[in-house]
Design a protein around this ligand. Structure first.
Ligand code: NAD
Ligand code: UDP
Length: 311
């Protein structure tokens, strides 16, 4: 059935891939984005097929009529962007969620929240299951993002309990792929771009911290599967690739696939940088029959091909 779907943050990395998939399924798409970290370039190929509204979700929403589904992806995701104006980041998560939940309440739309593994902070439980409450610094430089996303989850569940709206929450672990912003400072894009430009690769700390990297197509498949579940399945559900790598292992893989061996440049570890991060994805396997299909070597090759055309 053709649906009218609002995607906030649709001009960003993940949002633009989600719109590609939703259009393939034949839906009508409204993309709402303030272009703070996203770009029209990401949705240029779809601009004639969608309704694009430039709007900041911290402000009351413009009248857009009936929608069947809402995907809330609007929020800067990389530390340099979300720390640039932490008060605005916090407002985006909290006020933005409130505005969108009100829209869901008025229209009866199903509403999806892009939450994050940052909910778990610097985790004391490894790997992280959904029932782990996390270890988050409430007053650090990452807190505007972590606590904003935690507050948004709270609002989603309170709206579901108070107003019986249908909510779906995913906790996304580090995701990479084409259309990542080359300048947003995330490790995969940094290493690839630095390597392609024959510049030193910037390793923060000793490079022994770990992350688990999910390829974007796998992640979006998980979004769609969760959205298609019955009402009683709300999440939060972890979506990520459980294969864990140290940053030095990532260096080796990037160098292998770019073919450019450049020196390493060690830099200080940012404050509150989590030491390890790996999703437990049993819940996604059980409720969504989902698990990642694209492993790091294959995903890196696709991402390097994308950046090669642009660097
Ligand atoms: P992104 O920065 O590429 O996309 C975010 C989009 O939201 C951008 O287009 C930006 O302009 C828009 N936006 C930001 N604040 C807004 C506001 N106040 N009003 C309207 N639009 C606004 O980041 P992404 O990687 O595509 O992330 C998308 C979502 O997924 C975010 O909510 C992020 O927190 C979440 N997430 C991403 C990752 C990841 O690894 N990429 C991990 C965990 C969670
Ligand atoms: N990192 C790094 N070099 C870089 C950028 C990041 O070593 O050029 C490290 C960073 O300190 C962190 C990991 O890579 O430990 C992942 O960083 P990213 O910003 O991509 O994601 P997040 O910290 O939000 O998981």
């Amino acid at each position: 059935m053709k649906k009218r779907i609002l995607v906030t943050g649709g001009a960003g990395f993940l949002g633009s891939h989600l719109i590609d998939r939703l259009l393939e399924q034949g839906h009508d798409i409204i993309c709402m984005d303030n272009l703070q970290t996203g770009s029209i370039d990401n949705i240029q190929h779809n601009l004639e097929k969608i309704l694009f509204i430039k709007h900041d979700i911290t402000e009351p929403l413009p009248a857009i009529g009936h929608v069947d589904e809402i995907y809330n992806l609007a929020c800067p995701a990389s530390p340099i962007h979300y720390q640039a104006d932490p008060v605005h980041t916090f407002k985006t998560s909290i006020l933005g969620a409130l505005h969108l939940l009100e829209l869901a309440k008025q229209t009866g739309a199903k509403i999806f929240q892009a939450s994050t593994s940052e909910i778990y902070g610097d985790p004391l439980v490894h790997p992280q299951p959904e029932h782990y409450w996390g270890h988050v610094n409430p007053i650090g430089i990452r807190s505007c993002y972590d606590e904003g996303k935690r507050g948004a989850e709270t609002l989603f569940f309170d709206y579901a309990r108070m107003y019986d709206i249908e909510i779906k929450i995913v906790r996304i672990f580090n995701t990479y792929g084409p259309r990542m912003d080359a300048k947003d400072g995330r490790v995969v894009s940094n290493f690839i771009v630095q390597s392609l430009q024959n510049k030193p690769l910037t390793v923060y700390g000793d490079g022994q911290q770990t992350r688990s990297f999910c390829y974007v197509d796998d992640l979006i498949e998980g979004f769609l599967r969760l959205m298609a579940t019955p009402k009683d399945i709300t999440g939060p559900v972890n979506l990520g690739n459980p294969n864990e790598f140290t940053m030095l292992e990532l260096v080796e893989k990037v160098v292998k696939w770019t073919g450019n061996k450049t020196p390493l440049q060690y830099e200080p570890l940012p404050q509150d940088d989590p030491k390890q991060r790996k999703p437990m994805i049993d819940e996604a396997k059980r409720t969504l029959n989902w698990e990642p299909q694209v492993m790091l070597d294959e995903g890196l090759q696709k991402t390097i091909a994308y950046f090669k055309e642009r660097v």
